[in-house]
Design a protein around this ligand. Structure first.
Ligand code: SAH
Length: 214
């Protein structure tokens, strides 16, 4: 399903991201080998290698490639680390994290998206990624703590459960901001049992982090 045409377009996109000098080379290599079109409806296949977000089901979007590269770079994920993703969506970001060597646990609140992402990941033989139909506000306490946490939906505030489920020494990347206003991408490090530091990485735009199941 990955043809010559798609590979050419993908190479161009990755070259464009590389030229910016903002992204980790390992992340770019993974993205260069991952068919993004496989995560989109066929009507979007010819657009899949534009640096744009596109609609998926349930009025959600697959993140822009430059955003995926940015979040994945800032996450500083190392092989075998446990990473919790909030907002499976199409499954593309989860696939990137898995190919970087992470043990990925991903949560989605919409059942149709959860189902479809599992199928897509299976087709790509990425079925070691564990997909859960859950409200990300509660994290995934039974398998906590996590070395890394990545949210791909914008929250009004950092959910306390996610802070608690981060390992001491761990990193969380999460967009935060009031609904309808510009969000800020935060990099949170847990420095001790009761201490966290916060760094603002820049402005961003994500679909809202919603309460409860869809
Ligand atoms: N990472 C995705 C981006 C999807 S957009 C990708 O690569 O395609 C963000 C996703 O977060 C949406 O699918 C949305 O349904 C989901 N989401 C929003 N709030 C959530 C919550 N509380 N718990 C779980 N998922 C949530």
């Amino acid at each position: 399903m990955d043809d010559f045409h798609h590979r050419g377009q993908r190479r161009q996109l990755i070259e464009q991201l590389r030229t910016s000098g903002r992204y980790d080379e390992k992340v770019l290599e993974v993205m260069a080998n991952l068919p993004r079109h496989a995560f989109l409806d066929s009507s979007f296949h010819s657009w899949a290698y534009k640096d744009e977000a596109f609609p998926i089901d349930c009025e959600q979007t697959i993140s822009q490639p430059s955003t995926v590269a940015w979040q994945s770079t800032e996450l500083e994920l190392l092989p075998r680390q446990h990473v919790l993703e909030i907002g499976t969506g199409s499954g593309y970001q989860a696939a990137v994290l898995s190919l970087l060597g992470g043990r990925v646990f991903t949560l989605e609140r919409h059942k149709p998206l959860w189902r479809k992402a599992k199928l897509t990941l299976k087709k790509l033989r990425l079925d070691r990624i564990r997909c859960y139909l859950r409200d990300g506000n509660n994290g995934l306490p039974e398998l906590a703590p996590y070395d890394r946490i990545l949210a791909t939906a914008g929250a009004a505030a950092v959910p306390p459960a996610l802070r608690e489920q981060l390992k001491v020494g761990g990193i969380m990347i999460i967009p935060v901001g009031p609904e309808g206003k510009e969000q800020t991408l935060l990099k949170i490090r847990r420095t001790g049992e009761t201490t966290w530091t916060e760094e603002k990485l820049g402005g961003c735009e994500f679909v809202p982090f919603v309460e409860g199941l869809g």
